[in-house]
Design a protein around this ligand. Structure first.
Ligand code: PLP
Length: 473
C-alpha cells in the first residue's frame, strides 16, 4: 500500500525540471556589483520592482493604513478577529475600482463579484475546480506561463491542451489554431471545458488585440465552453496600443453568454506585491461567484493585508501617479534592454507590456531542436552567467526563444547583462568559425556540475530552500 496519496507523490508541481537548474545556479552564485561581480544575473524573475520608492513613500505618509502603528492600532482587534470569506467591503470596493482605473474607466466591476484568493495562483486553481472535472481540459495558447501546469492541473486533475501559436504571425492566436487544438482534444476523447487567455501575455509581452478577443469570445460561445482571461499584467502596458480587457468586449457584446466569462487578477505584477498573495476571481456567473467564494476559505487574503490594500488603492491620486510612473519606468527599461540587445544583433519580439522581452536566439542554435535550445541555455547560464528562461519551459513550439526579465534589477545590472551577452555573441561567432562551439559547450556542462556540486549546493527537493515558488513567475 502506498504511504502517501497520488498527488503527494506525483510530479505535478514540476520542480524536477531542467528549468530550475538556472535557479539553482543563480542561488549558489548570485551577482552583486561589488561583492560578486562575476556572479549569475537573475533575469528569470518576472517581478516589478521599478516603482517601489513610490509605495514606500506612501506607506511612510500613511501610518494609519497599518494596524501595527500607533496611528492604526485602534483597529487591531477588529481586523484580527474578522474572518468573513466575503472579505472587507472596503477591500472589494477598492480592488474593483482599481481594476476599472487600470482599464481606463471604460468598464464597471461589481464589488459583490470580487472573490479573493491566494494570488492568481489560487484564483486559477479555484476556477479550475469550479469549471471542470478531473480529466477535462482547458485550451491554452502557447507559449504560456509555466506555472499554469502546476496551478490548474496538479491538484484538480484537469489537463491543459496547448493551442499552437507561431512566430510567423508574431504568435497571434487564430481561429484556425483554436479549432485545431479543440479538434485534437476531441479526437482523443478529451472534454474541453474552456479557453484560458493571458492578456498581456507572459512570456511574450504582447497584448491580445480587440479583434482576437472578439474572435475568442465567439469561439468559446459557439462551443459553449468557458473563457477565462488572466489579466494579471494589465497595468504593465507602456506604449500604444493600449490594453483591451475582456470586460470591455463583454460589455459590447449583448448576445454573449455571461455565465461563461471569468477574469483572473492579482496585485503581484501591476503593483509588484507577489508576497501579499492578493488574487482575484471576477466571474460574471453567479454560481461560480458563490462556489469560488466558499472555496476561498482555503486561500483567503489576510485581513491585515486587505486593510492596507484597501487604504492604498482608495487613494486615487496615489494610484494615478503610481500607474503612470510605473508604466513609464517599465517602458524605459524595456527600451533600454531591447535596444541593447538589438545593438548586439539580437532581436526580440515586438512588445509593449509585461516585465520581460521574448528574445530570439534561433540563429545561435546548433540546430532547430529543443536539445540545442537546452544546450545553448546551459552555456548562457554557465558562461554568460545570466539566468534566462528557455522557450521550452513555456511550451513554445519553436526552439530558440528565451524570456528575459528586466524589472527585478537596477539599470547597472541590465548594462552588465547586455555587455556579457555582447561578449558572448562575438565569442560564439568566432568560436563557430574556428570550430570551437562544441568545446565551449562541453566545458559549460562541466562548469554547471561544479556549481551544482559546490559548497552551496541546494537540494532540488528541499521545500525550505526551494527556488520554485519564484521560479514560476
Ligand atoms: C500569467 C501569470 N498568471 C499567474 C501568475 C501567478 O501570480 P500570483 O503571484 O498572483 O500567484 C503569474 C506569475 O508569474 C503569471 O505570470
Amino acid at each position: 500500500m502506498e504511504l502517501l496519496s497520488k498527488i503527494a507523490t506525483n510530479d505535478g508541481h514540476g520542480e524536477n525540471s531542467a528549468f530550475f537548474d538556472g535557479w539553482k545556479a543563480y542561488d549558489s552564485n548570485p551577482y552583486h556589483p561589488t561583492k560578486n561581480p562575476n556572479g549569475v544575473i537573475q533575469m528569470g524573475l518576472a517581478e516589478n520592482q521599478l516603482s517601489f520608492n513610490l509605495v514606500e513613500e506612501w506607506v511612510k505618509n500613511n501610518p494609519k493604513a497599518s494596524i501595527c502603528t500607533a496611528e492604526g492600532a485602534n483597529d487591531f482587534k477588529d481586523i484580527a478577529i474578522f474572518q468573513d470569506y466575503h472579505g472587507l467591503p472596503e477591500f472589494r470596493n477598492a480592488v474593483a475600482r482599481f481594476m476599472e482605473k487600470v482599464r481606463g474607466d471604460r468598464v464597471r466591476f461589481d464589488p459583490d463579484r470580487i472573490v479573493m484568493s491566494g494570488g492568481a495562483t489560487g484564483a486559477q486553481e479555484t476556477l479550475a475546480f469550479c469549471l471542470a472535472d478531473p480529466g477535462d481540459a482547458l485550451l491554452v495558447p502557447a507559449p504560456y506561463y509555466p506555472g499554469n501546469d502546476r496551478d490548474l492541473t496538479w491538484r484538480t486533475g484537469i489537463q491543459l491542451v496547448p493551442v499552437v501559436c507561431e512566430s510567423s504571425n508574431n504568435f497571434k492566436i487564430t481561429r484556425n489554431a483554436l479549432e485545431t487544438a479543440y479538434a485534437k482534444a476531441q479526437e482523443s476523447n478529451i472534454k474541453v471545458k474552456g479557453l484560458l487567455l493571458n492578456n498581456p501575455s507572459n512570456p511574450l509581452g504582447t497584448l491580445i488585440d480587440r479583434d482576437t478577443l472578439i474572435d475568442s469570445l465567439k469561439f468559446t460561445n459557439d462551443k459553449k465552453i468557458h473563457l477565462i482571461c488572466d489579466e494579471i499584467y494589465s497595468a504593465t502596458v507602456f506604449t500604444d496600443p493600449g490594453f483591451v480587457s475582456i470586460a470591455e468586449i463583454v460589455q459590447e457584446s449583448p448576445n454573449c453568454n455571461l455565465d461563461l466569462i471569468h477574469i483572473v487578477y492579482s496585485l503581484s505584477k501591476d503593483l509588484g506585491f507577489p508576497g501579499f498573495r492578493v488574487g482575484i476571481i471576477y466571474s460574471y456567473n453567479d454560481n461560480v461567484v458563490n462556489c469560488a467564494r466558499k472555496m476561498s476559505s482555503f486561500g483567503l487574503v489576510s485581513t491585515q493585508t486587505q486593510r492596507l490594500i484597501a487604504s492604498m488603492l482608495s487613494d486615487e491620486a496615489f494610484v494615478g501617479r503610481f500607474l503612470s510612473e510605473s508604466s513609464k519606468r517599465l517602458g524605459n527599461r524595456h527600451k533600454f534592454l531591447s535596444k541593447g540587445l538589438a545593438h548586439v544583433g539580437i532581436n526580440s519580439l515586438k512588445s509593449n507590456a509585461g516585465l520581460f522581452c521574448w528574445m530570439d536566439l534561433r540563429r545561435l542554435l546548433k540546430g532547430p531542436t529543443f536539445e540545442a535550445e537546452l544546450e545553448l541555455w546551459r552555456v548562457i547560464i554557465n558562461d554568460v552567467k545570466i539566468n534566462v528562461s528557455p522557450g521550452a519551459s513555456f511550451h513554445c513550439s519553436e526552439p530558440g526563444w528565451f524570456r528575459v526579465c528586466f524589472a527585478n534589477m537596477d539599470d547597472e545590472a541590465v548594462m552588465v547583462a547586455i555587455n556579457r551577452i555582447h561578449k558572448f555573441v562575438v565569442q560564439t561567432k568566432s568560436g563557430k568559425q574556428m570550430g570551437r562551439g562544441k568545446l565551449e559547450i562541453s566545458l559549460s556542462f562541466r562548469r554547471l556540475d561544479e556549481i551544482m556540486m559546490g559548497p552551496h549546493k541546494m537540494s532540488p527537493h528541499s521545500p525550505m530552500a526551494s527556488p520554485l515558488v519564484r521560479a514560476r513567475t
